[in-house]
Design a protein around this ligand. Structure first.
Ligand code: FES
Length: 129
């Protein structure tokens, strides 16, 4: 399934038009990170990890919010790293995120899934983490 996904993406098929279904928390379909999906987007977005007292500028080459947090020495909870289990659910106190693809795990108002989201351009993200 990963080979087909990568092949379609490599042919220029928009990610939003590629549909698939995964079973099990260990399934990670994409072989690339967020940084590889849109490497041209270099606009920095300020992110504050409120409880960790960490501030840093995120850009596409920093990956998902989960990858970004980990690169700063923050250790959020996670499981599948693919939007399925909901373990990485975190409250967002400010700003907005975009999902690399619509996650399977439900999330409540004011919650985001770190493993499959990136900061929305033009916002300032504040996470309760
Ligand atoms: S780690 Fe499973 S949904 Fe994010």
């Amino acid at each position: 399934m990963r080979d087909i996904y990568d092949g379609l993406a490599g042919m220029g098929i928009p990610i939003s038009r590629i549909f698939y279904e995964s079973f099990g928390p260990a399934t990670i379909l994409k072989s690339e990170t967020a940084a590889e999906i849109a490497p041209r987007d270099t606009v920095a977005v300020p992110v504050r990890f409120a409880r960790s007292a960490a501030d840093a500028d995120w850009s596409r080459d920093r990956g998902t919010l989960l990858e970004f947090a980990e690169s700063l020495g923050i250790a959020p909870n996670f499981g599948c790293r693919s939007g399925i289990c909901g373990t990485c659910t975190t409250r967002i106190l400010g700003g907005a995120v975009d999902y690399l693809e619509e996650p399977v795990a439900p999330r409540g108002t004011g919650e985001v899934l770190l493993c499959c989201s990136v900061p929305r351009r033009g916002t300032e993200i504040i996470l309760d983490l």
